[in-house]
Unconditional design. Structure first.
Length: 447
């Protein structure tokens, strides 16, 4: 596990307090749905406080702390499948809730790693003479300049691939979009898809890890899972391009799920608040947490795609010829890591592979998905009904296997029977990359 350290400027940061004999408290709130732990040390490295500072934690009295430097280390673990950016809000206040210092800092954690933010703070007291009041200056909120397993971290199938029936799986297993992701399709046809999730292109300083799985606070399931994609496929004679959109309408965790996530989150906070950090133990808990977070008891997803093709591989001859909308519901069965996904989809088609093919199609199907360590195996059946010709006999059946090569890289292969009576043997291979937000160079605002 990698660690990226950030020394917070300026060094030290000054806290100004008029008068004396007041207690000082510190709160550190972790955003972007990440998990963090804190350690406060005196100049001789004595631990003053550590743990979860979401609620203000007592540090000491100004009579003891004045003129001294406190070192605050906040370690944040990347547990958000959509972004590895970390954001924290550090606030010092008096017992009368007078804010002495507050600032938002952000930075990127290595993928599935830890971002360590280290700041030093000097507490100064100002004496008031003859009733004159001296006001302290609050630091302005800053902006930073930044450049689970299989079914959560892997870049999911683009709606564009599904629209053209060029996918390892036609029934997509629900997952979360990356801030930026790329999928490659190979073997029979060449192609690729670029997907991005706009919600995670902005820091969410008030979004805690609890907000995500307890569905409270300012978390919005639809917005956070909204992803847009551009897909291109080239099979030598015909080029296909599609635009896609997908999101999640419903995501439910059971009481047992929430209890387990609470327990894992607290364990991670404890590990992150202990110096030196036990990286092996942190990695173990991270995997448990992300796997559980990626496996809600029930979810309902929506997707749509609009596609066109060109028989000359020329953009000016591109014809819009197919569009589709679909819903998929996913339920976790009682057996461990076994999921059942149901799908219903409507497709309007005018041209397919250069031939006129005007039809209104409805797909209904089921997929059984089993995860075993680094391997996922699935079998799916999809019945296609052609409402235009009253033909209800077309179907697709396929077996799909996925293997996790390393974090963010997955191999997928499929064998089976595709739609239509001819040229219907499925033999597809795919390589998926899940890129983190650091690949996008932009000035990232805080919310």
């Amino acid at each position: 596990m990698e660690i990226e350290e950030y020394e917070l400027e300026p060094q030290p940061r000054e806290l100004l307090k008029s008068g004396s004999n007041e207690d000082i408290y510190l709160s550190v709130k972790i955003g972007n749905g990440q998990i963090g732990g804190n350690v406060v040390q005196s100049e001789d490295d004595t631990v003053v406080a550590k743990g979860d500072f979401t609620e203000p934690v007592y540090l000491g009295n100004t009579n003891i702390l004045k003129g001294k430097i406190l070192k605050v280390t906040t370690n944040i673990l990347d547990v958000n499948s959509a972004t590895n950016n970390c954001v924290l809000t550090t606030t010092f206040q008096s017992e009368l809730q007078e804010v002495l210092f507050t600032k938002i800092d952000s930075g990127e954690a290595p993928l599935n790693g830890v971002a360590s933010f280290i700041g030093t703070y000097l507490i100064k007291t100002l004496i008031v003479f003859f009733g004159l009041s001296i006001f302290f200056i609050q630091s302005a909120v800053s902006q930073s300049n930044n450049e689970v397993e299989l079914k959560d971290l892997a870049t999911p199938t683009s709606p564009g691939f599904i629209l053209f029936d060029e996918t390892p799986s036609s029934i997509e297993t629900p997952s979360s979009p990356k801030a930026l992701g790329i999928s490659l399709l190979g073997l029979k046809n060449s192609g690729g898809a670029l997907e991005f999730a706009p919600y995670w292109l902005k820091n969410r300083s008030k979004l805690t890890a609890e907000n995500i799985y307890k569905k409270n606070g300012n978390y919005n399931t639809i917005k956070s899972n909204l992803g847009f994609s551009l897909t291109a496929i080239d099979n030598d004679s015909i080029a296909k391009i599609a635009l896609g959109v997908r999101t999640r309408f419903i995501e439910k965790y059971s009481k047992d799920d929430i209890g387990k996530l609470d327990s894992l989150r607290l364990d991670i906070i404890t590990l992150l608040s202990t110096l030196p950090m036990d990286l092996e133990a942190i990695e173990k808990k991270r995997k448990e947490y992300t796997e559980k977070l990626a496996s809600p008891a029930f979810s309902l997803d929506f997707a749509a795609a609009l596609g066109g093709e060109s028989q000359t591989n020329s953009f000016q001859n591109l014809q819009l010829n197919r569009w589709a909308v679909w819903l998929s519901g996913n339920i976790r069965l009682k057996a461990k890591n076994l999921y059942l996904t149901g799908l219903t989809r409507y497709i309007n088609s005018e041209i397919q592979d250069g031939q006129e093919f005007e039809a209104d199609l409805i797909d209904i199907g089921l997929k059984l998905n089993k995860e075993i360590n680094r391997i996922t195996i699935a079998i799916e059946y999809l019945q296609r009904m052609n409402l235009t010709d009253n033909d209800f006999s077309d179907n697709r059946i396929a077996a799909i296997g996925s293997f996790k090569v390393s974090d963010g890289i997955y191999l997928t292969s499929t064998i089976g029977k595709n739609f239509s009576d001819t040229d219907n043997i499925i033999l597809l291979g795919g390589l998926n990359f899940g890129f983190s937000q650091k690949k996008i160079k932009m000035n990232q605002p805080n919310e």
